[in-house]
Ligand binder design. Sequence first.
Ligand SMILES: [Zn+2]
Ligand SMILES: [Zn+2]
Length: 163
Amino acid sequence: MDGTEAFKESLDNNEDVQLNVKNEEEEIAVLEAEANCLNSEKQEAKFNERVPNIDFQCGICDMTESVHYYGKRPPFLYGLQLLEDSFVMRDPFQPPPLRWKPKSEYFVVIGAKCSVCQKIVCKGTECSFYYTCTYCLNCAKNCLDVAPTEVQAKLRKQLEQDK
Ligand SMILES: [Zn+2]
Ligand SMILES: [Zn+2]
């Protein structure tokens, strides 16, 4: 599958949603069980969980950042799952959320891998384009001609703003 094919295919899946709630009841049951088990080891793990220890570097603008998590299911996003593997940081300006009240504003997605070339890119408008998943701007531009009009318009608008 070449880049253009991958782009078209992901566009067919027309779900412009970042998050979906996944089996919330089961999740809450697990979390409640965990909350009842507060030994010191657990508390230490929780403390470490707050320290960003994954290095993120954008492959285009070289922006670097320490993030808390890479993947789809950050442990601090209770009951939520990201639609693509992402570099995620807890929002430093927000207190921790109540465990059973998922709140998307408690985290920041810093970047993700381009779904075509796998380059790691930040969420800056000069580096990546998001439509159902993340594309580095190079791949997005390469695929512009085959993209549906709606997507072309969105990308053109983004490119205009960067000028
Ligand atoms: Zn960047
Ligand atoms: Zn790419």
